[in-house]
Design a protein around this ligand. Structure first.
Ligand SMILES: Nc1nc2c(ncn2[C@@H]2O[C@H](COP(=O)(O)OP(=O)(O)OP(=O)(O)O)[C@@H](O)[C@H]2O)c(=O)[nH]1
Ligand SMILES: [Mg+2]
Length: 304
């Protein structure tokens, strides 16, 4: 945005899709841009499963970001099909794209994504994330050269975790949004309700406590959530697994895993809900839920 436009109070608004392969830091970036945790983050790939909106307001402009699941190789499972669809939809619908790569490990999968974007690279900003892991910044040069064969709108090295260079990224992207009105009320930060966010927080804590052992297809559903007379929130969460044999892993010895994840989740739910929280978790089994569109719809996936 030029100084003149800013003085004239020119408004810009639009949708900005955040895409990239798994684990490059898309959700960390979304949270840093929005200034609030709206999307969960773990050290493991395939953390984000849904399309999640996060909203930034600055200088009379509004950017509506769409966090997407990491782009993975083809898979036949219904859940992965839906995740791939979420990415394609986001890319089609948006005004601008942020393609996030891990500046330390650019792979053939990143390049495959660039191909997939095709002519849309012209409205894509290449975001070289995790630049804090690169001591010698000259190491970024060959990377930039590799990408310079494509007509990206801009190239911005950042650290989403440390917040480095985010101002530059924000000014690059706001300046490229089309003129338009405010799309969401200023106080709205995300399109997701508290039940969705609560379920995601519980899933994040489980993924962290389980380290390498997260059973494929673990998901969390909020069965009940309400505030009682003395202001305390009562939250009942169901943890769905695909196999009976996964139960002992998720429960842990004498319930240790479930207790630790529950403790950590409760602390964060307190912040989200702004009051004391009583959290109860149950582990349940439903075979093959991640390959059944009906089950996926029941668990909040957009199967339309
Ligand atoms: N060093 C460093 N680590 C980062 C940075 N940004 C994200 N990470 C870490 O990278 C890991 C993955 O972050 P996420 O934000 O969950 O990545 P994602 O791209 O959303 O992953 P999926 O949802 O699985 O596709 C986490 O351990 C983050 O803390 C960064 O700027 N620097
Ligand atoms: Mg993510």
């Amino acid at each position: 945005m030029t100084e003149n436009e800013r003085e004239a109070g020119a408004r810009r608004s639009g949708f900005v899709a955040i895409v990239g392969r798994p684990n490059v830091g898309k959700s960390t970036l979304l949270n840093a841009l929005v200034g609030e945790k709206v999307s969960i983050v773990t050290a493991k790939p395939h953390t984000t499963r849904h399309r999640i909106l996060g909203i930034l307001n600055r200088d009379g402009c509004q950017a509506v970001f769409i966090d997407t699941p990491g782009h993975a190789q083809r898979s036949k499972r219904a859940m992965h099909r839906l995740m791939a669809r979420a990415i394609h939809q986001a890319v089609e619908e948006c005004d601008l794209i942020l393609l996030v790569v891990d500046a330390q490990h650019v792979t053939d999968e990143d390049m495959a994504l660039v191909d997939l974007l095709g002519p849309r690279v012209e409205r894509t900003i290449l975001v070289l994330n995790k630049s804090d892991t690169i001591r010698n910044k000259e190491k970024l040069l060959p990377l930039l050269e590799r990408f310079s064969a494509f007509p990206f709108a801009a190239y911005v090295p950042i650290s989403a975790r440390k917040g480095d260079n985010l101002d530059r990224l924000v000014s690059e992207l706001l300046g490229r949004l089309p003129p338009g009105p405010q799309l969401y009320p200023l106080e709205v930060k995300t399109d997701r309700d508290v039940a969705f966010r609560a379920a995601e927080i519980i899933r994040e804590k489980l993924m962290n406590v389980l380290h390498q052992e997260v059973p494929y297809g673990l998901t969390v559903e909020i069965e009940h959530m309400a505030q009682n007379e003395d202001g305390q929130w009562v939250v009942h969460g169901l943890i769905w697994l695909e196999r009976e044999g996964h139960k002992p892993i998720v429960i842990g010895k004498e319930g240790a895993v479930l207790k630790q994840a529950g403790r950590e989740a409760r602390l964060e739910l307190r912040e989200l809900l702004g009051g004391r929280v009583h959290l109860e978790l149950w582990v349940k089994v439903r075979e093959h839920w991640s390959d059944s569109e009906r089950e996926l719809a029941r668990l909040g996936f957009d199967v339309q």
